[in-house]
Design a protein around this ligand. Structure first.
Ligand SMILES: [Zn+2]
Length: 152
C-alpha cells in the first residue's frame, strides 16, 4: 500500500481523517493510539518477570503469565560494560503466537511474544540504564524450564 492511500483511509480504527500515530507511519488518530497502547499495557501486566539470579554484570529471570502457574519463559541479561545482551527463551507451554488482544478493525495486531519484549524493554533494559541493547529470542523445545528452576 502506498503512503498516500494509507493517509486517505484515515484512522484504522475510527476512520477519522487526522492520523498522527505512530510517528513515521501514522495509521491511527491520537485517541485510538492511546486506546491501543492502554490495551497493550493491560495485556503486558499479565506477565511477570521474577528475578532469581542477580550478579554484578548479569541477571536471570523467569517469565510468568497470570493464566499458568509454571514459568513460560526465561531471560538472561549480560552487561559487558558497554552494551546489554539479552537472551529470551520462550517455552511452548504458552501460546506465544496468539494475538494478544483484539481491537475491531485493527490492521496491526500484536502477538504475546511481541508484548513480552515490550515488557522486557520497560522493566529490565530501562532500569538498567537503557543504552544499546541486543536481544535474541529462542523458542525452546522443552515445554517449560527444567525442574531445577522451579524452586526459585
Ligand atoms: Zn481513531
Amino acid at each position: 500500500m502506498s503512503r498516500k492511500s494509507v493517509a486517505q483511509s484515515g484512522c484504522a480504527l475510527c476512520g477519522v481523517k487526522e492520523v498522527s500515530e505512530p510517528r513515521g507511519k501514522a495509521r491511527y488518530c491520537p485517541d485510538c493510539w492511546d486506546k491501543k497502547i492502554a490495551v497493550e499495557e493491560i495485556v503486558a501486566r499479565e506477565f511477570e518477570l521474577k528475578r532469581y539470579i542477580r550478579a554484578e554484570n548479569a541477571e536471570k529471570y523467569l517469565v510468568y503469565h497470570s493464566t499458568i502457574k509454571r514459568p513460560c519463559g526465561q531471560l538472561v541479561v549480560l552487561d559487558d560494560g558497554y552494551d546489554l545482551f539479552l537472551t529470551l527463551v520462550l517455552y511452548p507451554i504458552f501460546a506465544w503466537d496468539d494475538p494478544a488482544y483484539h481491537l475491531s478493525g485493527d490492521p496491526e495486531g500484536r502477538s504475546f511474544s511481541d508484548l513480552v519484549i515490550d515488557k522486557v524493554a520497560a522493566e529490565v533494559v530501562e532500569p538498567w540504564g537503557g543504552g544499546r541493547w541486543h536481544l535474541e529470542v529462542f523458542r525452546a523445545a522443552n515445554p517449560e524450564p527444567e525442574e531445577w528452576n522451579g524452586e526459585m
